[in-house]
Design a protein around this ligand. Structure first.
Ligand SMILES: Nc1ncnc2c1ncn2[C@@H]1O[C@H](COP(=O)(O)OP(=O)(O)OP(=O)(O)O)[C@@H](O)[C@H]1O
Ligand SMILES: [Mg+2]
Length: 267
């Protein structure tokens, strides 16, 4: 049985969409590559509301992954600011950035990044283990159980990653990202390495964590079918936000309307 949530959790668990949880202000990112500069981001501003599901779409090289990394404090912008859950995160020391990532963000990537020698339970428990908490007791154990249940992984606790299907491995990665109840879940092409049906399952899991738990999500994808799960789609091109398509929360995640809007925009 879940323990009494804190007021912060209560706000987060209520679902619905209210208030700004993540804001980017005029972000630029310039990479130095040999003797050449690459302007990956050229002034990106955006806001994500608490409980919202936002997709970033755009062609290869348009700056989506760079933007996601800045939004989650994995890297620092050349200029501009990121504010996550009331805290400016774009100019933290390494130690502060590590703490922030542990406490406020969950990441999922195309390659599942599980630890091969750890079983499912141990992989999902990793955030607690790293923080020095015993993942087999108390609140940690309850949260791990709940997230394994949510991801339909009960009964798989003792499998190692090589004893799981690709879809199951990605569900473990998602469980690990969600177990700390992050302020924001950042997903970069999480279905990029999965077949159509399995990718669809992962998208449904993401959507349910947003709709049922109020999890705020930013998803990077090439795929209109994936982006159609979002409340809002930001179209990235050449380091800028080119367009914004408001889809709203729908139980029917039909990609048709989004594809029609993208076609109108010439994309
Ligand atoms: N570490 C880096 N050093 C130098 N240039 C980089 C680095 N990372 C990204 N870039 C460049 O920045 C630009 C944006 O890259 P980014 O990875 O953000 O694009 P993307 O939209 O995620 O592309 P894809 O859809 O292929 O993943 C590209 O021109 C890329 O070559
Ligand atoms: Mg990318």
């Amino acid at each position: 049985m879940p323990t009494q949530p804190s007021s912060n959790d209560a706000t987060r668990d209520r679902g619905g969409v209210d208030g700004t949880i993540l804001e980017a202000r005029n972000l630029t990112k310039r990479y130095r590559l040999g003797n050449r500069d690459v302007d990956a981001l050229r002034g990106v501003s955006l806001r994500v509301r608490r409980g919202e599901f936002v997709a970033l779409m755009g062609p290869s090289g348009s700056g989506k992954s760079t933007l996601l990394q800045l939004l989650g404090g994995l890297d620092q912008p050349t200029s501009g600011e990121v504010v996550l859950d009331g805290e400016v995160i774009s100019h933290l020391s390494d130690a502060q950035a590590t703490r922030l990532r542990r406490e406020k963000t969950g990441f999922v990537f195309q390659f599942f990044n599980l630890i091969p020698l750890l079983d499912v339970y141990e992989n999902v428990a990793l955030p607690f283990t790293i923080a020095g908490d015993d993942p087999r007791r108390g609140d940690a154990a309850i949260r791990i159980h709940n997230v394994l249940e949510l991801m339909d992984l009960l009964g798989r606790e003792h499998n190692r990653p090589d004893q799981l299907s690709a879809g199951e491995q990605q569900r473990v990665a998602l469980a690990r990202a969600l177990v700390g109840k992050p302020a924001i879940l950042l997903a970069d092409e999480p279905t990029g390495n999965l077949d159509y049906a399995t990718g669809g399952e992962i998208l449904d899991e993401l959507w349910r964590s947003c709709d049922q738990l109020g999890q705020t999500i930013v998803l990077v994808t090439h795929d209109a079918r994936a982006a159609a799960h979002a409340d809002r789609v930001l179209v990235v091109g050449d380091g800028r936000i080119r367009d914004e398509i408001e889809l709203g929360r729908r139980t029917n995640r039909d990609a048709g309307p989004l594809i029609a809007r993208l076609a109108q925009l010439g994309l």
